[in-house]
Design a protein around this ligand. Structure first.
Ligand code: ADP
Ligand code: MG
Length: 366
């Protein structure tokens, strides 16, 4: 196992990149702590696979260095990095049996046969294919083949890191949950550094200690699921994580007071920032009111989603979402919304501002 350091890393697939737009991965500097389980989360095309392939050595970065425990491996081939990587689509040897496929990485490294047999049996059980170990891989479903690929990724105990690139895409939905649980258990048992790429927030939030959120070739936040929920560092995180995502209101800022349209809002702390100022409030922190203070609002729709209801409102021509708990009454004459102070985040040009004088580390202090 190893700490992985990405030093001033950037990547462009172009021969002569001209500006930031030509980079699939914009400059990034980060340590991946040894033994931690990370999820790399972001929409399709944001650079997740590019980053993963640079870590594994399939791709050489156009700028910067990759270090494993301080040793420069930027030019080292994948085999030398001692990494297991599982891809979105199955990579199996059709002419081999399931057992031979699983044993392959161990045989390659010259492990003794009884050790190989023990590991293969254990991983066979983890992927729920114990009774198919002697079958040839040819003719198995895509789903079963992907389980073999996953098993091959999990079979070695001596790896520096385990990398998974959207590995459950072709897996049956009910098996997805089971396999994710097995991956988590593998992490708990062996403490490997794991990086799990996904575009699915539920998958990311249930798997990882730390979630790395990417947007448009940039890492916009690294945080625990709770930090991403409570203190989204970028408006993209607010919008992408949570269901529905964070509401954003254009505002002007004057110390601890903000103004949205004609309404003054007490932010509870003072902020200072330049550029486009927005107030972000998750639907959980929107209060429905009739009369009194707040932003003028009209309910347009109520959606019952089981555990709670989502209330859609028109607020000065913009759609705003609020969440009402199972037992919370929704007054018929709602004409205002309030913003709960503990749920307020302030953004300048999409980046979160930390309150002046706070030791808050999830935002920028202007
Ligand atoms: P993700 O895995 O998040 O979907 P990728 O890392 O695959 O994103 O891609 C990031 C960007 O780089 C995308 O715009 C994609 O089109 C581009 N890209 C990926 N691979 C290549 C390649 N081999 N050559 C040129 N452009 C690529
Ligand atoms: Mg990808």
């Amino acid at each position: 196992m190893a700490k992985i350091t990405l030093e001033n890393l950037a990547h462009s697939y172009m021969a002569n990149p001209k500006g930031p737009d030509d980079y699939a991965l914009k400059e990034l500097h980060h340590d991946w702590t040894d033994g931690e389980a990370y999820a790399l989360l972001g929409a399709s095309g944001c650079g997740k696979s590019t980053l993963l392939n640079i870590i594994s050595g399939l791709l050489r970065p156009s700028h910067g260095r990759v270090l494993f425990d301080g040793r420069d491996v930027t030019d080292a081939p994948t085999a030398e990095r001692n990494i297991a990587q599982v891809f979105q689509f199955p990579v199996v040897y059709d002419t081999m049996t399931v057992r031979e496929n699983l044993a392959f990485p161990l045989k390659n490294r010259g492990l003794p046969p009884d050790e190989i047999a023990r590991r293969v049996q254990k991983v066979g059980a983890m992927i729920d294919m114990e009774d198919q170990l002697n079958r040839k891989a040819r003719g198995l479903t895509a789903d079963a083949k992907q389980k073999i690929s996953l098993g091959r990724g999990m079979v070695r105990e001596d790896v520096n890191a385990l990398l998974f690139d959207e590995p459950l895409t072709v897996i049956d939905p009910h098996m997805k949950w089971e396999l994710r649980t097995q991956l988590k258990k593998l992490h708990d048992d062996f403490g490997h550094t794991m990086i799990y790429v996904t575009h699915d927030q539920t998958e990311a939030l249930t798997f990882a200690d730390k979630v790395v959120v990417m947007h448009d070739g940039r890492v916009v936040q690294i945080g625990t699921p709770r930090e991403l929920f409570e203190r989204p560092a970028h408006t993209f995180v607010g919008y992408f994580i949570g269901s529905p995502g964070m509401n954003l209101f254009d505002a002007t800022l004057d110390g601890r007071m903000a103004r949205i349209g004609e309404t003054a809002i007490d932010l509870g702390a003072a902020y200072s920032g330049e550029g486009r100022i927005q107030i972000g409030v998750r639907p959980e922190f929107i209060q429905l009111r009739s009369g009194g203070e707040g932003l003028p609002a009209t309910i347009t729709r109520i959606e019952d989603v089981g555990r709670h209801r989502i209330v859609r409102l028109d607020v000065m021509g913009h759609e705003v979402s609020a969440i009402a708990g199972e037992g919370d009454p929704i007054p018929a004459d709602v004409d205002r919304i309030g913003l709960a102070p503990e749920g307020i985040n302030v953004y300048a040009d999409d980046w979160r501002l930390a309150p002046i004088g706070s030791d808050d580390t999830q935002g920028r202090v202007a």
